[in-house]
Ligand binder design. Structure first.
Ligand code: ADP
Ligand code: MG
Length: 263
């Protein structure tokens, strides 16, 4: 996406408004607002502990926010406060339906070890989207072909390298036809020689116009592939802009220091 304006004529894929999250007395997110338009590729940078994972996990309520609003497309997730101070979904059916529109790729793949690669991919489409098994297999094989692993469809995760497992995890996320893909340090658990095969798949997805939020420490990748970069610091957005703005001309001293130490 070459478009750089803060506002876009593209439809909104994901909107976060004033998101807060505390764990007990520890305030981790302190009011994060962020809009992803269709086709946006947003890299999220920040030091360890700045709240990046918590932010992604709040989007599909893997963590329950303590305050704020979340919309997928033009549908706002209905949330209500609980006694513990966390928000919970008013309607679990709505939560399931919104969750199905958000694909999540984890650092550690989270594949089902006792299912084959093909079974891992068709599980969501058949169980959640109620797609017929025959169709789900056809779709899964196309996705496996796309990530270069069709020949591994009957293997088990344990028989794959880390890079292959992560490509399967990406195919599994795509099989749910999500509106938005979230990646939480997808290459951090990989041996260095396996990083590029995963980044190549992600680059292809970005070029296809997929909407992606990517927490990463791969600076070159973030610069080349994203159209927006967010720098999170202590639970607030310290800086947001195009890659050129945030990498080359950051206004925040903290971002300058971070960039200097990550070259
Ligand atoms: P990042 O992904 O940027 O490294 P995290 O979102 O994982 O940061 O963590 C932000 C802060 O929240 C850290 O101080 C971490 O210890 C804390 N934290 C994360 N998850 C939990 C949890 N489940 N319970 C308590 N504290 C948590
Ligand atoms: Mg993290």
């Amino acid at each position: 996406m070459l478009e750089t304006a803060a506002n876009s004529t593209r439809p909104i894929a994901l909107e976060l408004q004033d998101l807060h999250k505390s764990f007990g007395s520890l305030a981790v997110l302190k009011g994060v607002s962020l809009t992803a338009y269709d086709g946006d590729v947003i890299s999220i940078l920040g030091s360890s502990g700045s709240g990046k994972s918590t932010l992604l996990r709040c989007i599909n309520l893997l963590e329950k926010p303590t305050q704020g609003h979340i919309s997928i497309g033009n549908e706002a997730l209905m949330l209500k406060p609980t006694k513990s101070g966390e928000m919970q979904a008013v309607d679990n059916k709505q939560l399931d339906s919104l969750r199905a529109r958000v694909g999540f790729v984890f650092q550690n793949f989270n594949l089902w070890p006792h299912k084959t690669i093909l079974q891992n991919i068709i599980e969501g489409p058949t169980q959640v989207l109620k797609i017929k098994k025959e169709q789900a297999i056809i779709d899964a094989e196309k996705l496996l072909d796309k990530v270069g692993l069709l020949d591994k469809k009957d293997a088990y995760p344990a028989n794959l390298s880390g890079g292959q497992r992560q490509r399967v995890a990406i195919a599994r996320a795509l099989a749910m036809q999500p509106r938005v893909l979230l990646f939480d340090e997808p290459t951090s658990a990989l041996d260095p020689e396996l990083v590029n095969e995963v980044l190549t798949v992600m680059r292809d997805l970005a070029e296809e116009g997929r909407t992606m939020l990517i927490v990463t420490h791969e600076m070159r990748f973030a610069r080349e592939v994203s159209n927006k970069v967010v720098f999170l610091h202590q639970g607030v957005i310290e800086e947001i802009g195009t890659p050129e703005q945030v990498f080359d001309n950051p206004t925040s001293e903290r971002v300058k220091e971070f960039m200097a130490s990550h070259n």
